[in-house]
Write a protein that binds this ligand. Sequence first.
Ligand SMILES: [Zn+2]
Ligand SMILES: [Zn+2]
Length: 285
Amino acid sequence: MKLGVHVSIAGGLSLAVERAVRLGCTTMQIFSRSPRGGAAPVIAPAAARAFDVARRQAGIDPLAIHAPHIINLASPQPPMWQAALRLYQEEYARATLLQAQYLVTHVGSPKNDDPAAGIARVAQAIEQTLASQEHSDVMILLENTAGSGQGLGSRFEELAGIRAQVGAQARVGICLDTAHLFAAGYPIHEAAGLEETLGQFDRHVGFAQLRLIHLNDSKVPFDARVDRHWHIGEGHIGRAGFQRLLAHPRLRELPFILETPKTSDAEDLKNLSVVRQLAQALTCA
Ligand SMILES: [Zn+2]
Ligand SMILES: [Zn+2]
């Protein structure tokens, strides 16, 4: 099983690989810049190559980069949209330099504007970004959201709508976050609900587009429309829910990345071990 966590890049990219190795990760996700904002440090080509070599030697594959949350590609204000596009293109170039497989992207919010217009703006931004790096192998993954406020991307139809409007569709896939699915009203915590949800995903988007799972339990109840990640098995999705998810033939071959709360490695180690136990329990059963 491909399993990893979102790893901090504090102290430099090379330390991120060391952290992931220490945790026993076989895949990982990073931010390429501080999530708190500010100008991103330039990545020297030599540093990018060293990072890539270290990551591959450590058997960490795939690498996902999470785009900064402040980027709103659905913004209804042209200057804001332009600024978001510029930042997103820069992020895509960084992901290319770091030889990441995926750039995980939140689709943003059209605020009070028509959602369909928002979807068209996101598709346009992605189209222009892919065109700006024609030879990049980095696949953009649209991530589903918890459905709070006016944000887009909590329904499979919206993710499919964005993808359908991009010309280079083969370069756009999907990342599903379990906490977001659950909070957005997809009943993945129940056996029948999981089947129904995956069936809907296949009809609207297609299983072949699903590349990555963000494995998070939810601190808030079903359909709460709030994004609150929690420790695996200790939230409202629960142990039985994760056991089914991890064993599902449509999911078990995908990379799983945890974004559960942490103040130190100890919490990551605990959550990783719970996931391994739950996955193990099934193969032995
Ligand atoms: Zn995300
Ligand atoms: Zn989340």
